[in-house]
Design a protein around this ligand. Structure first.
Ligand SMILES: [Fe+2]
Ligand SMILES: [Fe+2]
Length: 146
């Protein structure tokens, strides 16, 4: 298992915690598929990995869009910062996939999944998602606290 759910912070909105749990399940499955492919680089293993990766992108787009929609509806002041992190993360997910397709080098994915992704996810939930969930629940914006 790449990411232990117990290490991921809980935020003040249940729908966000639910989607984060689903995200971690997909990431853990993808990591297993990476290791499988490394041990047995068959066409079949590649197809399974690629399909699951596309499902992960779709799940992530829905995850981010739901948060963004609510931030817009509730007029969350630091919306552009939070959306900016989402956009950069999705761009990275696409870039890594295209590099993998071009090079067929599973090592690039493995490094990204070990060194970058868990840290990004934990930091994003700990910072952006945490303050956003508090705002959804209480109306308190971090911009108002000086
Ligand atoms: Fe989130
Ligand atoms: Fe977020």
């Amino acid at each position: 298992m790449l990411i232990d759910k117990n290490n991921i912070p809980i935020v003040a909105m249940e729908f966000m915690n639910d989607v984060h749990g689903e995200d971690i399940d997909i990431i853990n499955s993808l990591f297993e598929l990476i290791v499988n492919y490394e041990q047995n680089p068959s066409e079949e293993n590649k197809i399974t990995f690629n399909q699951t990766y596309q499902e992960w992108i779709e799940h992530t787009m829905a995850h981010f869009q739901r948060e963004e929609k609510m931030m817009e509806e509730k007029r969350f002041p630091p919306y552009p910062f939070h959306k900016g992190e989402h956009d950069r993360a999705l761009e990275k997910m696409h870039d890594i996939f295209h590099t993998w397709e071009k090079t067929n080098d599973i090592g690039i994915l493995k490094i990204y999944f070990i060194e970058e992704l868990p840290l990004w996810l934990e930091n994003h939930i700990k910072s952006m998602d945490t303050v956003t969930a508090i705002f959804f629940r209480t109306g308190l914006s971090p911009c108002a606290i000086h």
